[in-house]
Write a protein that binds this ligand. Structure first.
Ligand code: ADP
Length: 483
């Protein structure tokens, strides 16, 4: 099987997509599959990996009148073969996305993946495409010019990691770059409000569609969450599955992760306090183990519910918590948190940027993890938080709904706190409720150990979760049996 994806841990990451693309092939290969991964060779990939890559092929990709160089380089990492598509003009940039020519860059990548197959004679049974960056692959596979020997048996699976980002470009992308006949530019095909839409192309053409949690699968078939593609998703509901992502338990392991102030395990939770003091130091907050630390590690965008946090920020401060925010994104939120940390230097610590090591430290040193998302396809951060003993406070949407079971103080079941409405005060009350247990030592410890024990047992979630569908060989089989 070939995974086509635009980012992948440990080479390059901007969000959870890269985590999944890094961990799932490894697990599938352990089960006996032969999954290989292809991604762009970005200039931002660390030299350590670039120097390990070996060139296997060079060819040109025809994009309309343009003949573009395409090098294929490879390396092995943790039992997985990775291929990198090399073209410096497209991929040697200072950021992954957001360039004026993203349509052309990823049209090139999609064509390069399909040409790579014949060039290297690696004919996968399935191409598993992820998010809009690879959305044209399933569609192109059905075009006349890919009716070539060996291509006919290839099936495509497309996974929606986030329906909000669709890859919408002027219609010229289709004809001028991808040689797609104008008869396909109509509403029931590729046309999307006068533009071309990579995500839509995949939803039409993929043999099977998956998304990253059972709740999100249902949500995206409604108008509210459907991002104007709910109609197609309803039409294809028979071919749509919701399979919950998981986290890599080797990478996210507080007993082993080398960058922590103190490693700790389920029987040495008292050592967490070293991490908490470290976080307070890192964020310039008073060092005091008795003050609850609430963390957010996130892209700073509206999706993540930051409007709610901004709406009741003063009330959050009035609870007496310390809030630490590690994130990067919309300037309005970056500016807001910078201002708040200047205004509340004793209570609000902010680091604007992307820092993997610091993220581990914050997961390991915080008491609560706040994630009030407006929508959340799956969310890995809350799972990582649970793995590190930081208790999640989340909104009941998408994968947050499938992974966080609200705490019930009467029978001590549950692994976090949650609220349903996208409402700032509902979030605040839930945070206050969570904090009310912080000062009840026994209950708090039990709650902290609750998700912990189960993550140690190899599951990120409580055994009693009815909604939970783990990534397992059974889940994977179900996914492919319907292709
Ligand atoms: P999304 O993919 O929507 O951004 P997820 O919760 O699925 O959200 O995954 C986010 C991933 O990115 C997690 O591994 C999280 O720890 C990481 N992350 C997010 N922001 C930062 C940051 N500023 N620094 C380091 N890691 C971050």
């Amino acid at each position: 099987m070939l995974f086509a994806v635009s980012e992948c841990v440990p080479f390059i990451k901007s969000g959870g997509l890269a985590d999944v693309a890094g961990s799932l092939p490894k697990e599938l290969n352990k089960l006996g599959a032969d999954v290989r991964v292809i991604l762009p060779k970005y200039g931002l990939i660390h030299e350590k990996f670039r120097s390990e890559m070996k060139k296997v092929k060079e060819f040109t990709v025809q994009l309309g009148w343009r003949s573009q160089y395409c090098g294929i380089e490879t390396l092995e990492h943790e039992g997985v073969t990775f291929y990198f598509v090399d073209n410096e003009y497209y991929f040697k940039r200072d950021s992954l996305y957001g360039h004026y020519d993203d349509g052309e860059r990823f049209a090139f990548f999609n064509r390069a993946v399909l040409e790579f197959i014949a060039e290297t004679e690696f004919y996968p049974d399935v191409i598993h495409c992820h998010d809009w960056h690879t959305g044209m692959i399933p569609f192109l596979l059905r075009m006349e010019y890919y009716k070539r020997p060996g291509y006919g048996l290839i099936r495509s699976v497309f996974t929606i990691h986030n329906l909000q980002f669709q890859g919408i470009f002027p219609p010229e992308v289709l004809g001028d770059l991808l040689h797609i006949d104008s008869r396909y530019f109509k509403e029931e095909q590729l046309e999307f409000f006068g533009n071309a839409n990579f995500m839509k192309a995949a939803l039409i053409a993929a043999d099977h569609i998956t998304t990253v949690s059972p709740t999100y699968k249902d949500e995206i078939q409604t108008e509210f969450y459907g991002e104007k593609l709910d109609g197609i998703l309803r039409k294809r509901s028979e071919d749509l599955s919701g399979i919950l992502n998981g986290i890599d338990h080797d990478l996210y392991d507080p007993e082993k992760y080398p960058g922590l102030a103190a490693n700790f395990g389920v029987d040495s939770l008292e050592r967490r306090v070293e991490n908490k003091l470290q976080v307070q130091r890192d964020f310039g907050l008073p060092e005091n183990e008795n003050i609850p630390v609430t963390a957010m590690i996130t892209r700073l965008t509206k999706q993540k519910g930051l409007d709610l946090v901004r709406g009741v920020f003063l009330e959050i401060m009035a609870t007496g918590v310390q809030l630490v925010v590690l994130g990067t994104g919309d300037p309005e939120f970056e500016q807001f948190f910078r201002e708040m940390s200047a205004r509340y230097p004793e209570q609000c610590g902010v680091y604007i940027g992307f820092d993997e090591n610091l993220a581990h430290q914050v997961y390991a040193g915080s008491d609560l993890f706040l994630m009030p998302s407006k929508f959340e396809p799956c969310g890995l951060s809350q799972m990582i938080a649970m793995r590190y003993g930081s208790i999640p406070v989340v909104r009941e949407t998408g994968g947050l709904n499938d992974t966080v079971q609200p705490y019930n103080e009467f029978n001590s079941e549950g692994n976090g706190f949650s609220f349903a409405n996208f409402n700032a005060h509902d979030m605040l009350f839930t945070l206050e409720r969570a904090l009310s247990f912080y000062h009840e030592g026994e209950k708090w410890l039990k709650l902290r150990k609750m998700p912990w024990r189960q993550t140690i047992a190899g599951h990120s979630l409580p055994a009693n979760t009815k909604k939970y569908i783990p990534i397992s060989s059974q889940g994977v089989n179900r996914m492919f049996s319907s292709v």
